[in-house]
Structure formats: structure tokens, C-alpha cells
Write a protein that binds this ligand. Sequence first.
Ligand code: LEU
Length: 570
Amino acid sequence: MAGSETEADPIFLSKDCLRTFSDLSSRDHLTRGLAMDSVASMYENWIKRHHQPPAESTPSPPDHVHENGEISQYSRHLTQHLSSLIRLATQCPFHDVRDRANEILECVKERGVQIPRPVSHGPSSFIPEHEIVPPETDDEQTRQLFVDAFLQNNRLENITSVMGFHPQYLESFLRLQHYLLRMDGPLPQDYRHYIGVMAAARHQCSYLVDLQESEFLMQDGDPDWLKGLDYIPQKLRNLCELNKILAHRPWLITKQHIEQLLRGNDSWSLSELVHAIVLLAHFHSLASFVFGTGINLEIDHECGHTLQPASLSEGANDVEAHHSNSVASSLESSEPGVEMLMHRMKKIQEAADLQEISQEEMKQRFEKVEKQSLELLPGQSACSECLAVSDYAKYRDDPHFHYEDFAKRGEERTIPTFRAQMEAPPGWLRDYSWEDQGFSLVNRLYSDIGQLLDDKFRMAYNLTYYTMGPQKDVDTSMLRAAIWNYIHCMFGIFHDDYDYGEVNQLLDIRLKSFIKTVTCYPERTTRKDYDNFWKEFKHSEKVHVCIMVLEARMQAELLYALRAIMKYMT
Ligand SMILES: CC(C)C[C@H](N)C(=O)O
């Protein structure tokens, strides 16, 4: 074993190495083959230079771990690369890459190098791995989407695998994300990813912060910026206030916020600002999805792998066991089952044909739902080893600024409820219409984005398989509308043609509390919150709920921000 372990090895740090890894996600199998050859020879060279076969067969960590137990910088890089290789071996939708990655790993292992292992199993800690669509799925449409996603992101992200339950939606999600992050647009690449980091850090979402940090570096971003907000250009720093308000209390955005960003030195152009706002809203809402569906860290995330033998870190499974126990005990008080829900939907339908409800009454029903939601208090932050809260403080100012119930907005209630009307296309707003104003404004300032957003909102709002748990051929529109409108209710958006009485009849307290946590305090979501609602429904249906949270939340943020821009412009 070489004594030079503390020095960084140029092989694994070079740009060539990064490029080689990104060539692996080429559509062309020759390019992939060549890239795999270089990866193989990189490891071959490394082993020749640094590693000798183990004297005995006792597996030991000494080549990675110093005597004092600290892992050297150099070994950290090696471990990191090996975990990327494992990621390829398990997740790559191209089987040629998967097979070669496995061969190389085998070979490295035979030479006595210790291979890291993932700290968690599968893409989500809430959903059993075998239920999630595998990268090599037989479903042609989904497979194709996985390939696209892999080419787009240089990896098949855990998010993508979990969204694989809903391929139609995944398609519009990927299309928008690709456009936002990769295609020509007002903002340079490094800005886009840094904004992603800032947005995800508002919710301490280490999963997204880490992914966006590495994308940022891949796009030649200045590594100094990753030291925190004190190291970034003033122009980006000016975005902090908007980031904060948009993430937690978007109803507070005024045209003054917009004005400040567009004026003076380091100012933003309107197009740049619109691009930034869509990015912020995208990553805030994506953080809701990540926490809501229990997305695991990617294996090549610094905290996503370990060199410890399995037995020492099986704590995670204990947590799971603990959770399922506590769920079992909380089962006693029953929630209305699928049949009861179907019965209630039928009743609502019948009553709708008979009664006319006054506007006044409609408003009161909304306010009742709003007030009741005040009582739903999420738990404290989930404490996870890797939730390096203090670390993300460097990307956040005013860390104590968080969601506050819209219904509590000051005694004097100067901020009116946002009146909206939901017709077939979701987000038709009366005092500010997505269709008539938002859509065209956003499209004009950042071309085509309006269309992509619109497609994605509609997709999420209309998505249905006509199932409810075990039941088939059910019209679920009433239930889905209740969920969507309840999410908007968290942001004070009132649809004046919707009877909020339905929310209370169809959404049980456990579901409401899950929705509120995931929408407003995503970082506090626990396995128990997820397990606790909709016991008869499938995992894909719970993921469906999280997609609705993602989209309705994103729409709410954009509506407030675009309305402020419009007020500024007129
Ligand atoms: C969220 C779920 C209630 C959706 C339902 N499974 C449907 O297909 O419409």
C-alpha cells in the first residue's frame, strides 16, 4: 500500500475523469464503450500505483482509513468514484454500461480494495424497493423516459425512479426541467444551478443541494461560491430576500421586491428575473416532493455511502421497524376507508344537483377549512444524521423565517385572500389569471416556458387512472380537486366556485396533516406522516398526492410572483 494516501490523486480529480464519466451517458454505444474502457484503465492504473493485494483475506479498512480513523481526502475521492461506479452498475438504463461497471467493481474488489456500500436501500425510504419501477423496466415508454433522464442528468436520479410510477407526468416534468436547466435561456448555467442550491437550502434539502452543487461544478461554476452567500456576486445575493419569501410566504411579495431587483448596479433584467423565479419555485416545490416521498440520498452523495460493515450501521432498519410499530399502534382510530370515501363522493354529487349555495356561505366554508388547518402543527425537524442544518446555513440568510399560516396574517388582515377560479384548466384566476395574464407574461419574458408550465400543471391536475386503492373505474376528480384546492388554501388562494365543504368531507385529518407538512414544512416530514394516511391506497397513489403538492405549490408561488411583476409593469 502506498504511503501517499493523503495526496490527491490526479487521475480521479482531473477534468478528463469528469468528462469520461459524462461520456458514459451518451446515446451512442461506441462512445459509452470507449468511456468505459477509460474508466477501466483508470482503475487499473490506480491499483498498480497504489495498491497491493491484501496479505490475508481479512477485509480491513486500513487503506482508506488512517490510524486515527479519519478518512483521507484522497481516499474520500476514491470512495466517491467507486460509489459512482456502483450507481452506474445498479441504475444505468444502458445494460452495456451496467455490465462493465459491475466487471470493474469485481476486479477492483479482487485486488483487495474496499468497496463502499449504500447507506439506504432503493430510491425511497418510505416505499419498498421492489415496488419501484426498475431502470430496466419492460414498459417501453418508461424505459425511454429513464434513458432521457439519464442523458439529461448524467444519472437516473432517485426522484426520477419514484416519478416512474407516473410516466405521463414524468415526461412533462423532465421536459420543463431540461428547458430550465439546460436549454438556451436568459441565465448562465452556473447561475441556474446556484439558484437551485439556494432554493433547496431554504428547506435544508441536502439531496437537492448536493445534486445542484455538483451540477454547478460540472458547469465550471466557481468553487468559492460553494463556501456560501458571502462569496457570491452581489447580484445573486440580492435574490435572497425573494427566495425566502417565495419559499415560505409568497403572498408577501410586492412590486417593490421586483423593483429593487431591477434597479441600480447589479440589477436583473426582467427575463433573467423570470428565469430565476421559475427556478426558485421549481426547487422549492421539488423539495416538497423529495421529503414527501422519502427520497434517499444518491449513493455517491457524501453521506450516501459508507465503508462500515453492514452490521455496524443497521440502525436505519431499526428506525423503520420502530416506525411501522408506531404506525400499527396508531391504526386504532380509523380513517374513512375507500368505500366510505366513494359513498361520500356520491352523496356530494347528488346534493350538488339540488342545492344552490350562496357566495357568502362558500366563503365561510373556505375560511373554516383555513382556520382548521391552523391547528395542524407539524412535528419538529426530522433529525437525520445527514441533515447538516448548520452547513446549509451558509446558503440561507434569516434561517428562522419559515411558513406562517396564511390565516394568521396579522390582525388587520391587510392581505386579502387571493381569489381564484378553477375551471377545467387549473389556475384560472379571477384577479390574476394564469391563462390570460400569467401564461402570456411569463411566455413573453422567457419564451416557451409558459407552455411547458401549463402542460405540467394540467397534467398533474388531470392525471387519473380511475382507481382508488383496490377499486377500479372510479371517477376521482372530486377527490383530486379537494386535494389541489386544499394545497392552494395553505397559500390563501380561494377558488370562488369551489365548495370547500367537500374538503372536509373527503380529506381526513391525517391526509390534511400530511399535505400541510409536505407543502409548508417539507423538511419535517417523517415516515410516520407518510404511513399514517390512506392505508388502503397504493404507494403510487401517495406519490400522486406528492406530485399534486409539487405542482399546486409551484403554481401558487408563480401566481404571486407574476402578479407582482405585472403590477410593477403597469
Ligand atoms: C390520488 C389518487 C386518489 C388518484 C387516483 N388513484 C386516480 O387514479 O385518480
